[in-house]
Design a protein. Sequence first.
Length: 314
Amino acid sequence: MAAIEIRNVKKRYDALQALKGVSFSIEEGEFFGLLGPNGAGKTTLISILAGLARADAGGVSVLGHDVVRDYREARRKLGVVPQELVFDPFFSVRETLRIQSGYFGLTRNDDWIDEVMANLDLTDKANANMRQLSGGMKRRVLVAQALVHRPPVIVLDEPTAGVDVELRQTLWKFIARLNREGHTIVLTTHYLEEAETLCDRIAMLKRGEVVALERTSSLLQRFAGTRLVLRFKQGTLPDALRPLMIDGDDANGRQFALRLAGADEVESILATCRAGGCLIEDIEIQRADLEDVFVQIMNGAKRDGARAGLEVAA
């Protein structure tokens, strides 16, 4: 049984088609990444999953429980950490977590609440009023609220946006532990290095459609490969090499990163640079990362390959 099953989900807001028939499944125990630029449909999909919005067509289920027809059980199985800092200013941290427990019928939950607070470094703030907390501490409480009923499926929507390095490290240590213990984790983030490190498999959304769905390692190998970074003392990148450019400093015309299919391309690239009158100051071959893959897919590079990968993965 899939932890999350998404079947041909469509959603429109007036003239905007936010989701255009999205379909994929997430297996139990996976650490799954849901990536895409702003406006891609990620938050809309999560809202439908959490019961905050209703799809115009298609269906979503959590561990076999339809989020509309069997919404009570679906929500018991799910914990969601939202992007927005939403909190009640009249309660302490412990009171907030006890109230959240009560929503799920849990009246003797203090041992687990204490464990969650300890793992998120909230113990010292247990009796502090929510309005007294910093933004980072409020973010930790949101994570704790999503975990108080021990949901088997946890959705993290930009959980480390605008927070310090300490919280990011603390959070990922705890979440990785929960994943090892069998919890399914779904992550959306703009910190692509987090997704590359943590996620076993990734789906990328663009304008309401899935444009890539594959294991992280396969995406990196198939789309990114390696890149050649050139820094020029004089001259700029020849036009013939522009299609290979991943990133570049056009303002100064000095440093450019080029996509390599293989090391044998280096010699011809350097020859093209010399013929164009470029004087190379430094050269480096690097392994490309998930950010490079993301940029290529979002810009439409190798679109046919992405769709082929989607069909295989699906």
